[in-house]
Write a protein that binds this ligand. Sequence first.
Ligand code: SF4
Ligand code: SF4
Length: 203
Amino acid sequence: MINTGETVLKEDGVMPSCTKRQSLCGYACCKFTAGNWIMLLPDEYQQAMQQGLTTAHLSFDASHTQATCHKPCQKGELKPIDCSWYPLFPANQTATKFLVADHRKCPIPNHELIDKMLSVHKTALAWEQQHAGSLAQIAQLSRGFVGYMPFPYKIDNNQVVKMTAEEMQELALTHSLPTDYICSEWTISQLGYTALTTPDDQG
Ligand code: SF4
Ligand code: SF4
């Protein structure tokens, strides 16, 4: 989630928890060597075109729903909303449950992502209001993501609570990173980082 391109919502999503870890992760989220891809929300590409944002750094599928990125986005270039939400992505139709990037790729601990979760929830619901059916569509499409795990927190009656083991299992994706995955972008050893946890995670 590099802070140079522009989302159609003008919210870059950059947060201190990310900024202070970028020298460790080497911007692993902006590399596409593991079969991972970026999702564009319904109407996002069209809005980007209307706003005059350019997209030469991105490659798209025919429907402009899936993209990969070839170089750091710059001012005036589209930064997909998915990039601004990273490492989270809504996993249900009410945006109350989430996927989180495998922590062997993104080192931000889960408890530092709770505010982000609340912010993504709000933005996703606002998008749904403007584009009815979006959340159902993107939650379904996200089942094809690579390198994401179930996020252990959810929003329930406006409260942040822990997911149950059963709920976590229900959100597990088919396409995981390999069990011996080591992110080649990281600048230090990944000792202590697993798919689901970081050394900084609370119990
Ligand atoms: S991988 Fe995580 S910590 Fe690193 S730049 Fe991306 S969001 Fe930030
Ligand atoms: S558009 Fe590319 S460089 Fe910009 S945040 Fe997304 S993946 Fe990273």
